[in-house]
Design a protein around this ligand. Sequence first.
Ligand SMILES: Cc1ncc(COP(=O)(O)O)c(C=O)c1O
Length: 377
Amino acid sequence: MGTYLFSNYSKKPFEIMSAKGSYVVDNLGKKYLDLTSGIGVCNLGYRNPKLENALIEQSDLIWHMPNLYVSSLQEEVAQKLSYKQKYLAFFCNSGTEANEAAIKLVRKYTGKTEIITFNNSFHGRTYASMTATGQSSIHDGFGPLLEGFTYMTYNDTKYMEAITSDTAAVMLELVQGEGGVVPADYKWIQNLSKVCKDNGVLLVIDEVQTGIGRTGSTFAFEQYDIEPDIYTVAKGLANGIPAGAMLGKKELGSAFTPGIHGSTFGGNKLAMAVANQVLDILENTSILDQVKEKSNFIFEELKNLDSPKISQIRGLGFMIGIELKKGCLVEKILSDLEGKGILALRAGQNTLRLLPPLTVSQKELEEGLSSLKEVLE
Ligand SMILES: Cc1ncc(COP(=O)(O)O)c(C=O)c1O
């Protein structure tokens, strides 16, 4: 049978038909432990009853209303996302859109155009966020890109003097996800944040992958003791119902007046009903403490692996990267894991990436690690 789809994704030949908790089942009935959470999306696992109920109850009331009417659900979610109640929210449907909104807010508020991002970053596929992405393989063939972007080296203090009062913003991930699971150095971030403040430059943190509990805190910036001017979230926000948000300090609000930016589906009622419960669970359960504990366990186990195939282990919370040595191809490891009923991901050039659901049990983790050991040792 031919396909009616563009071939812009390289797809596995099997189809995932159903899921529960940390497991998914394919069309042949094979069960996999999903250590990808659908690429950092289904952070609270599959078919979480509280989220399912929220979706069903909302779908019995109303699915969609345009942003022409007040929305108490949007207000609730915005308040929960607003770190220390200092930020305003704009809702959209994806990470790239959240970053587009951030870039537009930066330029509108500052009146400046120069934005600094980082090599190997990933911020999305639409024009502004693709331009912000510091990877030439993602730019190739799509020029001319947006003007005004320059790229610095991540975790390198040498280039700080590039940030001047002419710079509108510096934008970055605190753990580069797609770029290879590379956490930012704490001191470097402290320094970067100070240089931005001293020069009146906005600091934009892309929390699309790191946010919503993925690194063991609601937002990764909490662990770096900084308060960004703007941060963006998506992926885990509504656990698989498309949703994104851009949060900006209240003082930036004057730049986003009626008609200045918008989205038909942004803040959709089904997405907001689920996001409200996701944030409620993160706030009112011990799930984030458990992620920290389990993450320590995983990194300890990985460090004890006696493997000739590993060159470095990196990460934060439940963003785990195992960089493989040159002769050991990540695609081969991924297919070996698949054979053993484990789904994992690739990141960067040759890094095996694990993004387990935050709800994964100790027993499931041990099952995953034991297969990983067999494949890597
Ligand atoms: C850090 C980061 N920003 C932005 C995006 C883009 O998000 P989306 O695919 O929802 O547009 C991603 C996706 O992987 C991401 O990891």
